[in-house]
Design a protein around this ligand. Sequence first.
Ligand code: PBE
Length: 316
Amino acid sequence: MIKNYHRWTKFTFILGLLAILIAAGCGSGGNEDNSGNNEENTGSEGETNYGEAVEHTITGIEPGAGISVTTEKAIEEYDSLSGWEVNLSSTAAMASELDKAIKDEEPIIITGWNPHWTFAKYPDMKYLDDPKGIYGQEEVIKTIVRQGLKEEKPNAYKLVDQFKWDVKDMESIMYESQETGDDIETVANRWVEDNQDKISEWTKGVEEVDGESFELVSTPWDSERSSAFVVKAVMEKLGYDVTVTPVDVAVVFESIANGDGDASLAAWMPVTHKDFYDKYSDQFEDLGANLEGAKIGLVVPSYMDIESIEDLEPAE
Ligand code: PBE
């Protein structure tokens, strides 16, 4: 019994030593990989203070985006984000920051959304839980048209009303453009050629016209450029002369409300564009969702050990 006891203590001691050696080894290796970021921002329990690590800054996109407005709201609503800022510049700038961070395994918090090619390029990304529901649950992308369109351009109205597709369809155009370097319009034209079954559903009962003009108002993101250029290609085959104008979200709603634009396929609801939508809601016609299953939120690489917006630390 006593002999056994000694043997166990010795065994435990050796195990303990081994554990310490392994931990020390991992620690130094980890610091090299992470350029020391863990060292500086480690709290007493050894957890990374991601607030400090990212300098209490969310890497955002264009100031005119719905998700930028929503993120300002999140900063107001969450105690954990008190004193934080969102750095608004452009989607391209955000993408390059993300690229850099992922290469160095550094922490980064971005404003992210689906459908977006980021999730194809970096599958190891996750949305932070949003217990207050500031970013909503599932978003849809709606088609809105100007008042009077139904009477004045009934065939165009019918087509945009029948336009519906899936996240997969939209994403396939965005990914292909990313991979090949071909612009979205070129890839959208190819997609139309390859998806005649879908196109024939959208064009059911739609008569051809002779050079009628049609103004599609869109936003500058690849997701909306994809839908706009797909519908443009389909309409042009039917004899329409289509212009796609990318503008800020506010201008999308304003121009459909005042009749400058005929239609937009780019209204993200019920959360992302709510403020703009509500401002003009009695001045346009809502034709419902053209895509379901979209999403917005705060997104981080999965190597970050954090699950919820509430786990972040306020800037003191
Ligand atoms: N987005 C992509 C836009 C709409 C499409 C989510 C970046 C936004 O207004 O936030």
